[in-house]
Design a protein around this ligand. Structure first.
Ligand SMILES: *[C@@H]1O[C@H](CO)[C@@H](O)[C@H](O)[C@H]1NC(C)=O
Ligand SMILES: *[C@@H]1O[C@H](CO)[C@@H](O)[C@H](O)[C@H]1NC(C)=O
Ligand SMILES: *[C@@H]1O[C@H](CO)[C@@H](O)[C@H](O)[C@H]1NC(C)=O
Length: 708
């Protein structure tokens, strides 16, 4: 308090009256702060913050971008995921190219390619191919497409392969194009007459490409998962795997060790959890293709997302990824080989000669055969690229004998993305199928905590869809994977962290293990989250009023609870800082950008606006420390630092900058006559200081006047 008083004492104007106000104001703020900290996430924080862009987030979760779904009203999101159909889709009409390019892919000896085959000289790469090249190709494709269309060619047929289609459900079946949540046409949460389908496998997905948990935290989680009804885990290592040999640089510096992974796999198995490793083999290979060493394997030189399937060396890379993964998962029954969101397909000079559909199927076949022959494991692939492939093409490629598809939809409305007709098609081709829902990382790229209400609806809808569609497959569904994305892709910042999603994971895991979610699982849920025996935990939860469950579970002691609680505090703090900054820099008129740029304001008004700043600086600083401690139990300093920089540092930085600039305005003692100097950047728009005006007034002002 002394410090504050001394600080405010320096204010020349406003004297004691302002000071008394400040002291009282600060006292009240501090008290509110203390009360708030004590009872952290209570009713104070009830505003549902996170998913503001509901529709947007629903449609664009990590790889929620089926090529056929591209609602144009959400244009801003399209840059989140590169080329959601738009551009790639222009490539539909290919020449009726034959497939000779691929014939060698299956039978050659790619393993023998030696070190020299991996050029390291950047001069050899096509890095110089600039964006113009890309644009040119797109334009060419467009012209081609128009020509084919004009000639009445097979544009339609080729288009049916991967082109976005407005594949709306037939009117009248699912609400006349107004997609509803489920076959009943309404949200599922709260329904009592559901079929209670329980998937044979309940798989929890760990996305380790962001915020990989410390192995100690991970190991703690394994027995807990088994108790909540999980039967398997799916591990997506990406750069956290200890890649070695020629792949060594693909691994992140803080990757898991081989010993740690073996220990994790053993721990899972000892608790009866099957382990399904996942390694990308086509799209989403950013973690490898971003490196100069592998850049020549990109389908499009500027974009490190998809592998070019026409190069022998690409298959070498894939085989190396598969071999190293399988070496640490001996005896794995399943290997997920990714293959989602291959946005760049059929773009390079070789690939352009082949139909996109063929390119895709041939590469998947080659990889799947390799996995089956060498490891006798069943390859799984994400289904999104297949949604628009014809049944005959899949039959011809004998895809049903090679892979099992994993159909993913993370939005509530499963049928909106995968209609009954698609299920029928898949049922003709595949005898077994998997489903994938989400418990976090699907409703916003920068969220800090998942909306449990929405994820529960997604999962319950999946159960209903599975029970309705299982008969279309002779072997039915293998299981449901609850995905938990930590980044939307390799280059994205972090989304919800695992510890913050423990309540969501419990709720959803219990729901899919029981086939329903109602007060009958209350005891199990509160026990899973280690809640106290207090009246609060003798009543059921209310997801409508408390969608993040901050209110319900902030008093429990599950692993990760401190992180979960902290997200509630962050939400309130961010809201508070935003409101404050908005008020003083945009609503009020004395520390706006203009004032600060020109170092020109009323010291008394500046003081008034700064009154509330110290308390806010204090609460953000405190939050940063709390967050650091909470996160350190789960994550190494790399992750802790990344998350703090992403979420809390900007708050502190904005406040500190404002404080610095306001102080600087207050230091001015003499002010120039108006007009103030014009912004030099405006000269580009023809607004510059008139030369006829005598500049004397401005020149002769005190030296301490604004910048010129
Ligand atoms: C791939 O390897 C085969 C035989 O090893 C060779 O005939 C073919 O030209 C190679 N293709 C490419 C694109 O390098
Ligand atoms: C919850 O749902 C199950 C299955 O539908 C039912 O047997 C049970 O009675 C329900 N419990 C409550 C409290 O509604
Ligand atoms: C504003 O004026 C003060 C006092 O003359 C000076 O110390 C400070 O550097 C100025 N700030 C800017 C941004 O011009």
């Amino acid at each position: 308090m002394e410090v504050l008083r001394a600080w405010f004492g320096r204010a020349g104007v406003g004297a004691w009256r302002a000071r008394r106000q400040v002291v009282w104001g600060t006292c009240i703020l501090v008290m509110v702060g203390v009360i708030y900290l004590q009872y952290a996430p209570s009713g104070l924080l009830d505003h549902p913050s996170a998913p503001r862009h509901r529709a947007l987030n629903t449609l664009y979760s990590p790889h929620e971008h089926e090529m056929g779904q591209q609602p144009s009203e959400h244009t801003q999101v399209q840059r989140v995921k590169f080329v959601t159909g738009g551009e790639g889709s222009q490539n539909g009409p290919e020449s009726n190219g034959d497939t000779h390019v691929h014939d060698d892919v299956d039978n050659n000896n790619m393993n023998s390619i030696n070190e020299e085959a991996v050029p390291s000289d950047p001069a050899n790469q096509q890095h110089h191919l600039a964006v113009e090249g890309l644009q040119r190709r797109v334009a060419e494709h467009r012209v081609q497409e128009e020509q084919v269309a004009a000639a009445g060619g097979n544009a339609g047929e080729a288009g049916a392969v991967m082109l976005p289609q407005q594949d709306l459900a037939p009117a009248g079946v699912w609400g006349g194009g107004q997609y509803r949540y489920n076959p009943y046409g309404e949200p599922v949460y709260g329904r009592t007459d559901r079929p209670n389908y329980i998937p044979p496998h309940r798989v929890v997905h760990f996305d380790l490409k962001g915020a990989p948990p410390k192995m100690s935290a991970f190991l703690q989680l394994i027995p807990w998962l088994a108790r909540q009804g999980a039967t398997a885990v799916m591990l997506e290592y990406e750069d956290m795997f200890p890649w070695r040999g020629r792949l060594a640089q693909v691994a992140t510096k803080n990757h898991y060790s081989r010993k740690q992974i073996s220990g994790l796999v053993a721990a899972c198995r000892s608790h009866g959890l099957e382990v399904i490793p996942l390694v990308q083999t086509f799209g989403h290979l950013e973690f490898a293709l971003k490196h100069e060493r592998f850049a020549h394997l990109r389908e499009v030189p500027e974009i490190p997302q998809a592998l070019c399937p026409s190069l022998n060396e690409s298959l070498w890379l894939v085989r190396a990824l598969v071999d190293q993964t399988m070496a640490l998962h001996p005896g794995a029954r399943f290997l997920h080989i990714g293959c989602d969101e291959v946005f760049q397909l059929g773009e390079c000079e070789r690939c352009r000669l082949v139909m996109r559909e063929t390119l895709f199927l041939q590469h998947v076949k080659a990889v799947a055969r390799y996995v089956r022959q060498k490891y006798a494991a069943v390859p799984l692939i994400w289904d999104d690229m297949l949604r628009h492939v014809s049944e005959s093409a899949m039959q011809e490629a004998q895809l049903g004998q090679l892979v099992e598809p994993m159909v993913w939809v993370y939005a509530e409305d499963v049928y909106r993305f995968v209609q009954p007709s698609v299920w029928s098609k898949f049922g003709q081709v595949f005898s077994r199928v998997w489903a994938a829902s989400a418990f976090k990382g699907a409703f916003g790229e920068q969220l800090t905590v998942p909306n449990v209400r929405r994820h529960l609806d997604n999962n319950l809808n999946w159960l209903d869809v599975m029970s309705a569609e299982t008969a279309k497959f002779t072997g039915g569904f293998r299981g449901l994977v609850l995905t938990g994305w930590q980044r939307y892709d390799h280059f994205a910042v972090l989304c919800e962290l695992l510890p913050a999603a423990m309540p969501s994971l419990s709720v959803n895991l219990l729901a899919v293990s029981h086939g329903y979610f109602n007060a009958s699982v209350q005891g199990q849920l509160y026990q899973a989250l280690n809640c106290m025996q207090t009246p609060k935990y003798q009543t059921w939860l209310n997801l409508d009023a408390d969608p993040f469950l901050w209110d319900k579970f902030s008093w429990c002691f599950f692993p990760g609870a401190p992180v979960f609680k902290m997200t509630a505090r962050l939400d309130a703090t961010r809201r508070d800082v935003d409101t404050y900054l908005e008020r003083v820099t945009r609503s009020r008129a004395w520390i706006t950008d203009y004032n600060r740029r020109h170092n020109y304001s009323s010291p008394m008004r500046v003081d008034e606006d700064l009154e509330e700043l110290p308390a806010r600086l204090h609460s953000v600083t405190l939050l940063l420390k709390t967050a650091r401690e909470a996160l350190a139990e789960w994550f190494d300093d790399w992750t802790v630092g990344e998350w703090l920089e992403q979420h809390i540092w900007p708050l502190l930085n904005r406040l500190q900058t404002l404080q610095r600039e306001a102080e600087s305005m207050k230091a001015v003692k003499y002010w120039p006559a108006r007009p103030l100097p014009l912004l030099s950047e405006l000269a580009a728009f023809g607004v510059s200081e008139p030369s006829t005006v005598d500049g004397q007034g401005q020149q002769e002002g005190d030296g301490s006047s604004g910048r010129t």
